[in-house]
Design a protein around this ligand. Structure first.
Ligand SMILES: [Zn+2]
Ligand SMILES: [Zn+2]
Length: 380
């Protein structure tokens, strides 16, 4: 049995035991039509008993600096800031940073299982051992129907709840399961998640949701390399307030003249930082640093490695105190270059050297939050 309790916060975590039979793990993936998104916003907020309010309030006390972030979100939603207990399941910047530091060296925490060497090019070949043992603790990179994903927001949260509740049920642990909504160039997914949590906070008591967005930025110039065409680097912005105007209008403006958020114009790292002036909450991260978005230009692997490291360095230099993490434990790599063990090790060491935290996600696009993009897998 895996023992992770020693590394976890004793206040919120207790012993882990094996558990299995998460029902949706074996479910055959199916397509979800975007027009089937349930109009949850028409459902009224649930009434909550006093006793349950105090349970939710207790969760808020653990991260006192996040209360202001949540109260402001409520004001921007047109709701009463006194109802802040309703947002206990939203992870604010203090909790997010705390969580990332706690698991900085804990790669297994971000992996649903191991990928056998023989199927290493298949991004969804994880053996699910960490999901079955309950060690799997966070998927911080998920797309919904609001961009190019296939799950609705309520389906994403329902899958997370089902898994998280089973972890608690079977072993009595209070450990939350973390998910982040990171749709491409839109805050709509995070907005809907916020709405669902506000309306029915008790349902989500065993999960924590990071409200985010994945922004397409132009890959910065890399010293000594000439790109044949503009390349894109993906930047994760976490702990956003989807109703806040300055950052919200900026994100909207990226896809104003295109027909979908997938065709948003490439912004720049500088522009992202500029639009976060005065915003104390949003934390920036460099998504999938070894994604081979430059490989057509940089065919030699040593040049590619050098370029990846330089990109991380530029990310830190430009984002300064807003830049918090790099997706060092990304699970969606399938390319020969990006699966280079030496490169992946270098990235982690370089993050440690620069003082950037490492986190991980599946880059979920299909029908299970425990997978990356089974669509490609199924095609074979
Ligand atoms: Zn991406
Ligand atoms: Zn993504």
């Amino acid at each position: 049995m895996l023992n992770i309790t020693s590394r976890l916060n004793p206040q919120t975590y207790t012993n882990h035991k094996h558990f299995q039979n998460i029902s949706f793990l074996g479910r055959h993936p199916r397509m979800v039509q975007p027009d089937l998104v349930i109009a949850d916003s028409f459902v009224k907020s649930e009434k909550i008993k006093k006793r349950d309010i105090s349970v939710l309030n207790k969760q808020l006390v653990l991260f006192p600096l996040d209360v202001a972030y949540k109260k402001n979100m409520l004001i921007n939603m047109g709701e009463n800031p006194k109802n802040v207990y309703r947002l206990a399941s939203v992870a604010g910047p203090q909790e997010f940073e705390n969580f990332l530091s706690q698991h900085n060296a804990d790669e297994d925490f971000y992996k649903p299982g191991n990928r056998p060497a023989a199927r290493i090019a298949d991004i969804d070949s994880h053996d699910m051992s960490n999901v079955q043992s309950g060690k799997y603790g966070a998927n911080l990179h998920i797309h919904s129907v609001h961009s190019d994903g296939h799950l609705t927001i309520s389906e994403i949260l329902d899958q997370a709840v089902e898994y998280a509740d089973k972890r608690v049920e079977k072993n009595g642990a209070k450990e939350p399961f973390y998910v982040a909504i990171t749709d491409h160039n839109t805050l709509e997914g995070s907005k809907e998640a916020l709405d669902l949590i506000y309306k029915n906070p008790q349902k989500y008591k065993n999960i924590k949701v990071v409200l985010g967005v994945e922004i397409s930025a132009k890959t910065p110039e890399i010293k000594g390399f000439q790109f044949k065409k503009p390349r894109t680097t993906h930047i994760l912005a976490m702990c956003v307030d989807p109703h806040e105007e300055v950052f919200g209008n900026y994100i909207k403006s990226l896809s104003e003249t295109s027909h979908t958020v997938m065709h948003a114009r490439y912004t720049t790292l500088e522009e992202i930082v500029e639009n976060l002036q005065g915003n104390k909450n949003v934390k920036l991260g460099l998504a999938h640093p070894a994604y081979p978005n430059m490989k057509d230009d940089l065919k030699s692997s040593s040049r590619y490695k050098a370029a990846v490291l330089e990109m991380i360095q530029q990310f830190q230099r430009v984002t300064k105190d807003k830049g918090l993490f790099v997706e060092g434990y990304y699970q969606g790599y399938k390319d020969e270059l990006s699966l280079d063990k030496k490169l992946l090790k270098l990235i982690k060491r370089y993050c440690d050297y620069l003082g950037l935290l490492k986190d991980g996600g599946m880059d979920t696009h299909f029908t299970s939050i425990f997978h990356s993009c089974s669509k490609w897998h199924l095609k074979k």
